[in-house]
Design a binder for this molecule. Structure first.
Ligand code: AMP
Length: 223
């Protein structure tokens, strides 16, 4: 079966998680964040990963294994949206050699945001350690100060969202994603979206380009 495979990428805080969740809901395809897969994995075995907390990449073997397990689940058989994968050329090659089928429809969507904007956004980011819901002090505040709207758990800041770590993550992102952008561009599978507009406008721009490319149905036909 021809699958729709969408890669979302962008610097930390670019909004790729929000946009992939919106698209997931509209298209009925799962949005799979490898950062979330890793957090769930380490939570389930009761461990912390030092590399992750410091903003470094986790081993390719582990992430490829977790991803393959997730993609084998029934909800991913007609397509999926990836957030945070591939993160380097080894993962890119692994994915194209082992997971992509010749008739898959593919698009890599870069959400482009400046370093200055990233730093501002990350400072206000909060998450619920129990259910994983995401918030932002300015852009998406919870109803009750520092409590999750869904389960009332006290919200936390991710350890890798600290100002020092964010510098590391930005530098790593710019260094490792450069070659992948070139590869996607050469394959004709790259679109670049200005991520500094508001959430709805960014979403509208993404949907418009995907529709222009015939990858998703026109708006009127989307349920
Ligand atoms: P994210 O939630 O996408 O910002 O990812 C959080 C952290 O998880 C990253 O800083 C990495 O330590 C790790 N991570 C997420 N995706 C990958 C990946 N594809 N390869 C290696 N490490 C990853």
């Amino acid at each position: 079966m021809a699958r729709l495979v969408l890669f979302f990428f962008g610097p930390p805080g670019s909004g790729k998680g929000t946009q992939s969740a919106n698209l997931s809901q509209q298209l009925g395809l799962p949005a799979i964040s490898t950062g979330n897969l890793l957090r769930q994995h380490y939570q389930s075995i009761g461990e912390h990963n030092a590399a992750m907390n410091e903003g470094q990449l986790v081993s390719d073997d582990l992430i490829n294994k977790l991803l393959v397990e997730r993609l084998n689940q029934p909800d991913a058989q007609s397509g999926f949206i990836l957030d945070g994968y591939p993160r380097n050329k080894t993962q890119f090659d692994y994915f194209y050699n082992n997971i992509i089928n010749p008739d898959d429809k593919i698009c890599a969507i870069e959400i482009s945001v400046s370093d200055q904007e990233v730093q501002h956004r990350i400072a206000g980011r909060r998450f619920c350690p129990k259910c994983g819901a995401g918030y932002h002090l300015t852009y998406k505040p919870s109803l009750q100060a520092d409590r999750c709207d869904d389960c009332q758990t006290r919200l936390e800041q991710r350890p890798d969202d600290s100002p020092e770590t964010i510098q590391e993550r930005l530098a790593l992102y710019r260094r490792t994603m450069g070659p992948l952008v070139v590869s996607w561009w050469q394959l004709g599978e790259l679109i670049i979206i200005n991520g500094e507009k508001n959430i709805d406008s960014v979403y509208h721009d993404i949907l418009s380009v995907l529709q222009e490319r015939g990858l998703v149905p026109p708006k009127s036909e989307i349920v």
